[in-house]
Design a protein around this ligand. Structure first.
Ligand code: ADP
Ligand code: ZN
Ligand code: ZN
Length: 745
């Protein structure tokens, strides 16, 4: 139990100025009960209004003379008592990524305790359609109008949302209870993500592991039992048995009375994957994802804390589920960019998992088919223990990949967006009734509109990005949603030749219909998948053979198996090479490798055609050869020469401002502060400060954006610069400007 008479407390306001603990006296009756992480009420400010705060520390050392300090007023009942681990984790995140303590705490704590757990319920009829209709007739005769309203709907639909019935149909709970008791309907909660085991997944034992797989399991568990903790990396292509290894490791941990966190990017968190975990571990597994309400997430939190579950699966936020005895963290698809938070603190799940594993004395297993440069670099340096799985256990051979030079195609008179080779292979697939995926690895680029006479590009008046042409000719900004009709004349030179660049996913679909009349297509991009539901719908339709071709952006290359797909076409592989950041080569390699992995997942061999204007680029060559190691060797050289992560560390300071001049001024001042640190650098290798400059997107929603880059060989140098900048910025009390830090952007 924590002893002490004073509590350091952070007030629950998300503002930099209050980002420091205030000290309060602990009333006698609370002494010994109050501990770090508790939520309390304290008098604050001039009127001593009661506010909520978190206890960060309980101490014996007074900060001020005793008589000047106020007392803690009350412990907030029912508040989640965050263990000091969570507070420590928050403190670490604040330091490593730059954020307020409050923002860091809010990241690691469950959302507001007051949110009630809301269940999504549904009503299912237990009678046949005919029986329901005849019962309806009976109710109508007896003037049982409320019953009739439900039954009417149930004649049409076998299932109804509970809210619809109690709300719109105005049927009382008593009537529903009655129907339920009579066996007409059943009422169930619908959150299968929370408890998919309801779908009667029969429990399954694991497969017998291959020699390579057992080696991984045995080494990790032997290390664990021997008290050795380290980070393991499982490098293995899709289908090489990584998930099976995770499952057996988790099994081993459960036997040891430990719990596990499994991180899987949301996009890869498919129903099949979940089912595998449920079949293995039953209702000791639970899932966290973004479709859960705050209340449901909070509920998961409590179940974990109470020891009701052993395994949580989810995206990066699943890291913060508070297990009492964490033994293992698994992070699948470790390279995924969604593992980095986009809001402050901009933490990376891999680094955070490493810290958390240390804190909880747990092991960490990372896995990927295309490791991030950061992780592989550490593996090569010997900081992570590397395992490789290089056989596909499903038997399917790797697809054969060919590269087509689009410049050559043009020279030989082919002006279509499909190379002759791709057209030929598509024709073949059509004849054999096999499926095709066409993939455009970037969205914003496609569909931009420019003047063929003067080169003027139509841009959003609020953001520094080009507008994209959509069906019906409207121009749309993908950042802020601004829309305008396509002008008839160029606003700059008046020429009528202002046209869209015809290579968006929509245009590809149109071209397909022209070239292959009767071809059935489905399209998947940001426009067709506004909701998670529509995303699943399209994939299911394609899996069920409702289309010959699926055209899409990078979202089609992740997750999901389509055994009938035997041809994958990448239409312009270099599109993603044109991004102006140091990760573009890595991203391109990953996308192409994943795309190639989509072909030939069934029994028939697959083919992949990569069309490109830059066939000589190493990302493209090595992706085609499916040779990660060769790619890594070239890429790491480039990072070393350019002093980019992971060869060095980088921090971007993003300054946003309503007023352009003020933004310029502030960012110049910040650069100056940073450069002073650069001079004062005591390390053998000094930090370098670049900028300020306009951000790659200089304006979003009428807010100006500037950026300052700092590079250093030690992470510590960057956090020191960050601290200095914070010390300069916080006292300014900025309102119209904002400063954010992004480490290894
Ligand atoms: P990954 O996670 O690397 O994509 P999985 O673990 O999903 O690989 O395995 C791919 C396929 O091979 C799955 O269908 C899985 O059931 C099967 N599999 C995995 N391990 C074995 C094994 N030891 N013996 C037989 N089949 C296996
Ligand atoms: Zn023009
Ligand atoms: Zn815009």
């Amino acid at each position: 139990m924590t002893k002490g008479k004073y509590a350091n407390i952070i007030i629950d306001i998300s503002h930099e100025k209050v980002d420091r603990p205030f000290q309060y006296k602990i009333p006698e009756e609370m002494q010994g009960r109050l501990e770090a992480g508790m939520c309390v009420q304290i008098p604050f400010g001039t009127g001593s209004r009661l506010r909520q705060g978190y206890v960060v520390e309980v101490t014996d050392r007074p900060q001020f003379p005793d008589e000047k300090q106020k007392f803690v007023a009350a412990i907030v009942a029912d508040s989640v008592s965050v263990k000091s681990d969570a507070i420590k984790l928050a403190a670490w995140m604040k330091e490593a990524y730059g954020s307020t303590m409050i923002a860091a705490l809010k990241t690691v704590l469950p959302v507001k305790q007051t949110v009630r757990h809301k269940e999504k319920k549904k009503i299912t009829r237990l009678l046949t359609k005919e029986e329901t209709c005849s019962l309806l007739g009976e109710c109508l005769r007896k003037h049982q109008t409320a019953r009739a309203r439900v039954l009417q709907e149930l004649c049409e639909e076998a299932e109804l949302p509970y809210e619809l019935v109690t709300g719109k149909l105005n049927v009382s709970v008593a009537v529903l209870k009655n129907l339920q008791e009579q066996g007409v309907i059943s009422i169930e909660s619908e959150s299968y993500y929370r408890n998919p085991v309801k779908l009667e997944a029969a429990r399954e034992k694991g497969r017998e592991l291959s020699r390579e797989q057992s080696l991984i399991r045995d080494s990790v568990l032997a290390d664990y039992d021997g008290g050795k903790r380290t980070v393991y990396f499982v490098h293995g292509i899709t289908g090489s048995g990584k998930t099976e290894v995770y499952l057996s490791l988790i099994e081993g941990m459960i036997k040891r009375g430990k719990q596990c966190i499994v991180l899987i990017p949301e996009i890869a968190l498919t129903y099949q994957t979940l089912l595998r975990f449920y079949k293995r571990f039953g209702d000791r597994v639970s899932v966290m994802n973004s479709t859960l309400s705050a209340g449901e997430k909070y509920d998961q939190w409590q179940r974990a804390q109470k020891g009701e579950i052993d395994v949580i699966i989810g995206p990066r936020s699943a890291l913060f589920v508070p297990f009492p005895n964490l033994g293992l963290i698994v992070m699948d698809e470790e390279h995924e960019s969604s593992y980095k938070s986009e809001t402050m603190p901009r933490y990376h799940a891999r680094e955070t998992a490493e810290y958390l594993a240390g804190l909880k004395n747990a092991s960490l297993v990372l896995g990927s088919a295309t490791p991030s440069l950061e992780a592989y670099y550490r593996a090569v340096e010997g900081k992570y223990k590397l395992f490789t799985l290089d056989r596909r256990l499903t038997g399917g051979a790797l697809a054969s990949v060919s590269i087509v030079d689009l410049r050559q195609e043009l020279r030989e008179g082919n002006r279509s967006i499909f190379s002759r080779k791709l057209q030929e292979l598509m024709e073949e697939r059509m004849g054999r009734k096999e499926q095709i995926m066409l993939f455009l690895n970037r969205r914003g680029y496609a569909g931009f509109v420019s003047c063929r006479s003067c080169g003027y590009v139509m841009k959003c008046p609020h953001c520094d990005v080009s507008l994209s042409q959509h069906l019906g000719g409207r121009l749309v900004c993908h950042y802020c949603g601004y829309e305008m009709p396509l002008p008839k004349k160029c606003p700059s030179c008046g020429s009528p030749y202002i046209l869209g660049f015809k290579a968006g996913t929509q245009q590809i679909e149109e071209q397909l219909h022209k070239r292959f009349p009767g071809m059935r297509t489905l399209r998947m991009d940001g426009d067709t998948t506004r909701t998670r539901d529509s995303y699943e719908k399209i994939l299911t339709a394609f899996a069920e053979g409702e289309a010959d071709v699926l055209v899409g952006t990078q979202m089609i290359v992740k997750g999901h198996d389509f055994p009938n797909v035997t041809l994958v076409g990448v239409l312009a592989a270099d599109l993603s090479l044109n991004d102006s950041d140091y990760r573009s080569g890595e991203r391109t390699f990953q996308l192409l490798t994943q795309a190639a992995g989509r072909a030939g997942r069934g029994t028939r061999p697959g083919e992949v055609v990569i069309q490109t204007y830059r066939p000589e680029h190493y990302s493209i060559i090595h992706a085609a050869a499916q040779d990660y190691r060769a790619f890594y060797e070239e890429e790491i050289l480039y990072r070393k020469i350019g002093a980019y992560p992971p060869a060095a560390h980088m921090m971007a300071v993003l300054v946003t401002a309503l007023d352009e001049g003020k933004g310029q001024e502030l960012s110049a001042k910040i650069a100056e502060v940073a450069k002073e640190m650069e001079k004062a650098g005591t390390q053998e290798r000094k930090a370098v400060v670049i900028g300020p400059a306009r951000a790659a997107i200089g304006k979003i929603n009428d807010i100006y954006r500037f950026v300052i880059y700092c590079k250093a060989f030690h992470y510590r140098q960057l956090t020191e610069i960050k601290d200095k900048i914070e010390q300069y910025v916080f006292p300014l009390g900025l309102r119209e400007e904002n400063v954010q830090f992004d480490f290894n952007p």
